[in-house]
Ligand binder design. Structure first.
Ligand code: GLU
Length: 294
């Protein structure tokens, strides 16, 4: 069967994988296999302060044990920083990025002084302090070696989009509309490159989904809101818009989402305990190879 479906699983190697990751990867794998499509694995290791090569190796090992099959070569984001820098440069040329010198503490103080803390999808929305710095001050502070992040000027970015609303579709939740107001209140001037990391998750994931021709993004519902921002980036770069399937998150016995910090059972521990891949898939409640046809 010929199919255009291209799915991916894109873990960040900040620790060992647990059952929740198997569940998420299994869904992407099943969606590709059941339609005769393609399944890609992508390592999102741009945060060099938290990602470790041994976790990347462990991901490949765990997935091979589970019987997942992915296309080679695997894209490893840390080997492609120049791609993300080029995308940032494009935004800079269009006047959409500005350097932000604020520390976390300064942002907190600014928000406290303003007397209100607008809450967005990812916590408090940046009050925009560095947006109004003069070019001279920016240049002087950069020349003096002050560390800075790059923020997207969300109002300026929205002004460059010809048609509103932007739309994207989630398989269960249906068509989603993205407006300038939603982006302003939900994200504000988001960071697209951190002081210690030359690019952000939002930029890299959207860039790579476009580059790799992903047609169906399957991922946890914790990233549902982030898709609004990804849709803006797609519009700014004229990238294709994939379909989305945000899935539920697996919970532990106390009803909390499975997470490394809450000691979710790691796949390698299950393996060491003699649990079979079939049992892992049964526990996760999915069949990654359904209708595989070989
Ligand atoms: N790398 C991201 C994470 O591990 C997920 C990326 C995505 O599926 O969009 O949380």
């Amino acid at each position: 069967m010929q199919s255009d479906i291209v799915t991916r699983f894109a873990p960040s190697p900040t620790g060992y994988l647990h059952l929740g990751h198997a569940y998420s990867a299994g869904i992407a794998h099943a969606r590709a296999r059941e339609s005769g499509g393609r399944f890609l694995l992508r390592i999102e290791d741009i945060d060099v302060t938290r990602c470790r090569p041994e976790y990347t190796a462990a991901i490949l090992e765990d997935f091979a044990w589970l019987g997942l099959r992915w296309e080679e070569p695997v894209r490893i984001q840390s080997q492609h920083f120049s791609d993300y820098t080029a995308a940032l440069e494009t935004l800079k040329q269009r006047g959409l990025l500005y350097p932000c010198f604020c520390t976390r503490r300064q942002i907190q103080a600014e928000i406290a002084a303003a007397g209100h803390a607008p809450h967005g999808f990812e916590g408090q929305v940046y009050p925009g302090t560095c947006r109004s710095l003069s070019t001279t001050e920016r240049e002087a502070r950069i020349a003096a070696g002050e560390a800075y992040a790059l923020r997207l000027d969300i109002a300026a970015a929205c002004a460059q989009i010809g048609r509103w609303p932007l739309v994207w579709r989630d398989e269960s939740e249906g068509i989603q509309s993205v407006t300038p107001g939603l982006l302003r209140d939900g994200f504000g001037d988001v960071v697209l490159a951190r002081k210690e990391t030359p690019a952000s998750y939002h930029l890299c994931v959207t860039h790579d989904d476009a580059l790799q021709g992903i047609t169906l993004v399957t991922r946890g519902s914790d990233l549902f809101a982030a898709t609004h921002l990804h849709r803006l980036l797609q519009a700014l770069f004229d990238w294709p818009v994939p379909a989305y399937a945000h899935h539920r998150l697996l919970l532990d016995k106390s009803g909390e989402r499975l997470a490394k910090r809450r000691n979710a059972p790691r796949l390698r521990d299950l393996r060491a305990a003699g649990i079979t891949p079939a049992e892992v898939w049964r526990q996760a409640g999915i069949q990654p190879d359904r209708d595989a046809g070989g």
